[in-house]
Design a protein around this ligand. Structure first.
Ligand code: TMP
Length: 240
């Protein structure tokens, strides 16, 4: 561990301050958690793969006009980002039924959802990230009506962009979670995009290539992340 003091330590990342108060350093850990942190394991090299993966996706989204907090990758496990004031809402889009939607609504895993669903969850492990709606977001002041509308539009735009990107790599983007924050009065995409926060299936075999391999004890978690990165053309740095 470095001498720097962490501003915040999450389940898969540590956030450090930088020389500028407007910028933060995201450190990607090998720690992998599921079920609100009930199950945690260290998976060798996951941190560096997710750092490279996230940089690739964030840079792609930025080129396509999505405002993101990403500035640049600093080293194998760290990236520099804008210091956002985070909105405690997780935005989830689903193109196919899986996970909590299948459980909640009794929908068979894999069913194509047309149009894709958009759900909001409160980021709160102690409450197990309950599903919330736009009325809750307004009433409890988590975000303004304009921010909710912007989060909705950007999340659906990201879905369009990334579904096409993954399809070219022979992968189905089943679902994913995004988090947003504010900087200078503007909304930015924050947090990370990696196989920790989305579901990706092989388009032919429907094999799971994401964190469900960890949640369900399927093994080969990091190998699957590496394969997804390889198919997308993400350059993987060596451990530093
Ligand atoms: P779910 O099926 O558990 O609701 O998750 C939907 C997608 O969102 C899945 O790809 C995992 C991701 N997700 C997270 O990464 N973190 C979270 O806290 C939640 C609720 C979902």
């Amino acid at each position: 561990m470095s001498e720097r003091s962490a501003l915040y330590e999450g389940k898969a990342k540590i956030v450090y301050g930088s020389e500028s108060p407007d910028e933060l350093i995201l450190h990607f850990k090998d720690d992998t958690s599921a079920f609100d942190g009930e199950k945690v394991e260290q998976l060798a090299h996951k941190g560096e793969i997710n750092n490279a993966f996230n940089a690739f996706i964030m840079e792609y989204l930025q080129r396509e006009g999505v405002p993101t907090h990403f500035i640049r990758r600093l080293n194998a496990r760290e990236s520099l980002v804008r210091h956002l004031e985070m909105i405690p809402v997780e935005c989830v889009v689903r193109n196919r039924a899986a996970g909590s939607l299948s459980r909640r609504l009794g929908v068979e895993e894999g069913k194509i959802l047309q149009p894709p669903t958009l759900e909001f969850f409160l980021k709160n492990d102690a409450l197990h990230d309950p599903m919330i709606n736009t009325s809750h977001i307004r009433t409890f002041g988590w975000a303004t009506a304009e921010e909710v509308e912007a989060m909705r539009c950007w999340t659906l735009r990201v879905n369009t962009l990334l579904s096409a990107l993954f399809a070219k790599a022979g992968l189905i983007l089943v679902d994913f979670k995004l988090e947003f924050g504010r900087f200078d009065g503007e909304l930015y995409l924050g947090d990370e995009f990696s196989p920790d926060g989305c579901r990706l299936w092989d388009a032919q075999s429907l094999e799971k290539m994401d964190k469900d391999r960890f949640r369900r004890d399927l093994g080969g978690v990091v190998d699957a992340y590496r394969e997804v990165a390889r198919r997308l053309g993400v350059p993987l740095a060596l451990e530093s």
